[in-house]
Write a protein that binds this ligand. Structure first.
Ligand SMILES: Cc1cc2nc3c(=O)[nH]c(=O)nc-3n(C[C@H](O)[C@H](O)[C@H](O)COP(=O)(O)OP(=O)(O)OC[C@H]3O[C@@H](n4cnc5c(N)ncnc54)[C@H](O)[C@@H]3O)c2cc1C
Length: 461
C-alpha cells in the first residue's frame, strides 16, 4: 500500500491534517492506536471534561440561581452513573463524527500502533506501508510527579478523574493549572471538598496576574480551597484512601492532607513512545518534544511533526491549525500559523479566556501600552443572568492603539475572546473595536466597552 501522506495519530492535529490533505488532493491514511478516533481531546480531554462541566454548571445554576428567578421545586439529584453515561454519549457522537469525516474525505483509517522503520515507511503490526511523507501527531500524556503513585482509581490523572467510580467527599488536586481547576470545579459543584495544592504562589501561571487573583477569589467563593507555594512530596493510597504530604516553600514546614481521591494535574509531556524516533535519527528538544522548523519538518527528510508532540501551547486548536498548515505545505501551498494569536480558555464558571500579550509580558519587554478595562457589572445582560462578576481587559499599544492582547474573566469568555482574535489577525486598533456597533443586550458589549476604555472612556463604567 502506498500513500502521499501517512499521519500518525488521530487527535485534533492528526485528523485535521489528514482531512485537509485529502481535500487538497493527496492520498492519505491516518494511523491510530486507540480504538476510536479523536485522540486525547475527544476521548479523554477537551470534550468529556466540557460535558461534565456543562452538566455540573446546570446543577450549580439550579441550586444557586433558579430560586431568585422564581423557579422553585425539588433540588435536582445527581445520578452520577447517568452523568457519566451522558459524557460517554457525547464522546461517542464526536468520535463517530470523525469516522464519518474520514469516509467522506476518503482518508483511510489504519488501526494499530505505528512505527517508522525508515523515511517513507510506516509499520503497523505486520503490515508495512510506503508513503511520500509522514506527519507525526502522536500527542501527549500526563506528566508524572516524583513520589506520587498514580493508580487511576484513588490517585488519578485527568483520565481517571473523568471516570471516577463515585463522587469523592474530599478531593485534592495537585496543580492549579487549567485541567486541575476545571476538574476541581466539576467535583466542587458535585459537593466534594476540593483542595488545590500548587507549587507556585499563584494559580494559572502564564495568565494575566489580575485575572488569576480574581479567578482564585471566585473559585474560593464557590468552595474551593487553595494551598499555594507548596511542594508536594508524596501522594500514596491505602485501602481506597489517599494521603498527600507537602512542604510549604516559605518555611519548609511539612504538612499532610487526607482525601478520598487525588488528582495529579501538574502538566502533560509529549508522547512519542514506540515510534522508533531514536533509531530514525529524529532530533528532540531538551523537553522531550520533537524538534521542527517553521514548516514542521523534523531533522529527517519527509518526516513532519505537529500538535502536543512539538513545542508550543498544548491546545487542541493549536494542533488543528498546525495540522491544516502542514497539509497545505505538503500540497504546495503556504501553510502558516500565527502563534501570536492563539487563544487560551478555562471552561469553569465564569470562564477565563486570554489571547496575545499580558501586562507582565509587555512590562518585561519594556513596551508602552494602555489598558482598557470594563466590569461585567456594567453589562445589562450579565447582571440579568447573575454573571456580573468579572471583567474584560484589553491591552493596546500606547502610541498606535494596535490591540496587543485581551484577558476576559466572565460569562462565555471563551466565545467573546474570538472577536479580539479576529481584530488582532487584521491588525486592528482598539478604536476599530470601539467603533464597531455591537448588538444590545449582549455580553460582547463588554468587549466594546473595554475598547472604548482604551480611548476616551467606556460609557457604562
Ligand atoms: C482533561 C483534558 C482537558 C483538555 N481540555 C482542553 C480544552 O478544553 N481545549 C484545548 O484546546 N485543549 C484541551 N486539552 C488539550 C488537548 O486535548 C490537546 O492539546 C490535544 O488533544 C492535542 O492534540 P494532538 O493531535 O497533538 O494529540 P492527541 O489528541 O493526544 O492525539 C494523539 C493521538 O495519537 C495516537 N498515537 C500516539 N502514538 C501513536 C502511534 N505510534 N501509532 C498510532 N497512534 C498513535 C494516540 O493514541 C492519540 O489518540 C485537554 C487535555 C486534557 C487531558
Amino acid at each position: 500500500m502506498s500513500y502521499d501522506l501517512i499521519v500518525i495519530g488521530a487527535g485534533p492535529g492528526g485528523y485535521v491534517c489528514a482531512i485537509r490533505a485529502a481535500q487538497l488532493g493527496l492520498k492519505v491514511a491516518c494511523v491510530e492506536g486507540r480504538e476510536t478516533l479523536g485522540g486525547t481531546c475527544l476521548n479523554v480531554g477537551c470534550i468529556p471534561s466540557k460535558a461534565l462541566l456543562h452538566a455540573t454548571h446546570q446543577l450549580h445554576e439550579a441550586e444557586h440561581n433558579f430560586g431568585a428567578m422564581g423557579l422553585t421545586g425539588a433540588k435536582p439529584k445527581v445520578d452520577w452513573k447517568k452523568m457519566l453515561g451522558y459524557k460517554a454519549d457525547v464522546i461517542g457522537q464526536n468520535t463517530k463524527g470523525i469516522e464519518f469525516l474520514f469516509k467522506k474525505n476518503k482518508v483511510d483509517w489504519i488501526k494499530g500502533w505505528a512505527s517508522i522503520p525508515a523515511p517513507g515507511k510506516v509499520q503497523v503490526g505486520e503490515q508495512s506501508y510506503e508513503t511520500k511523507n509522514i506527519v507525526i501527531a502522536s500527542g501527549s500524556e500526563s506528566s508524572p510527579l516524583n513520589g506520587v503513585e498514580v493508580d487511576e482509581s484513588t490517585i488519578v490523572t485527568s483520565t481517571g478523574a473523568l471516570e471516577l467510580g463515585k463522587i469523592p467527599k474530599k478531593l485534592i488536586v495537585i496543580g492549579a493549572g487549567v485541567i486541575g481547576l476545571e476538574m476541581g470545579s466539576v467535583y466542587a459543584r458535585l459537593g466534594a471538598e476540593v483542595t488545590v495544592v500548587e507549587y507556585l504562589d499563584r494559580i494559572i501561571p502564564g495568565n494575566d496576574g489580575e485575572v488569576a487573583k480574581t479567578f482564585q477569589r471566585m473559585l474560593s467563593k464557590q468552595g474551593m480551597n487553595f494551598i499555594l507555594g507548596a511542594a508536594v512530596q508524596s501522594a500514596t493510597a491505602t485501602k481506597g484512601k489517599a494521603k498527600v504530604t507537602y512542604r510549604l516553600r516559605k518555611d519548609d514546614s511539612e504538612h499532610t492532607l487526607d482525601a478520598d481521591t487525588v488528582l495529579l494535574a501538574t502538566g502533560r509531556r509529549p508522547f512519542t513512545d514506540g515510534l522508533g524516533l531514536d533509531a530514525l535519527g529524529v532530533e528532540m528538544t531538551g523537553r522531550g518534544q520533537i524538534a521542527t522548523d517553521k514548516q514542521y519538518k523534523t531533522s529527517v527528510d519527509g518526516v513532519f511533526a505537529i500538535g502536543d508532540a512539538i513545542e508550543g501551547p498544548m491546545l487542541a486548536h493549536k494542533a488543528e491549525d498546525e495540522g491544516m498548515a502542514v497539509a497545505e505545505i505538503l500540497a504546495g501551498q503556504a501553510g502558516h500559523v500565527n502563534y501570536g494569536v492563539i487563544p487560551g480558555v478555562i471552561y469553569t464558571w465564569p470562564e477565563v479566556a486570554s489571547v496575545g500579550e499580558t501586562e507582565e509580558s509587555l512590562k518585561e519587554a519594556g513596551r508602552a501600552y494602555k489598558v482598557g478595562k470594563f466590569s461585567f457589572m456594567g453589562n445589562g445582560r450579565a447582571k440579568a443572568n447573575f454573571a456580573g462578576d468579572g471583567f474584560v481587559k484589553l491591552l493596546a499599544d500606547k502610541d498606535t492603539d494596535r490591540i496587543l492582547g485581551a484577558h476576559i474573566i466572565g460569562p462565555y469568555a471563551g466565545d467573546l475572546i474570538h472577536e479580539v482574535c479576529v481584530a488582532m489577525e487584521f491588525g486592528a486598533a482598539a478604536e476599530d473595536l470601539a467603533r464597531t456597533c455591537h448588538a444590545h443586550p449582549t455580553y460582547s458589549e463588554a468587549v466594546r466597552e473595554a475598547a472604548l476604555a482604551c480611548g476616551d472612556g467606556a460609557i457604562h463604567a
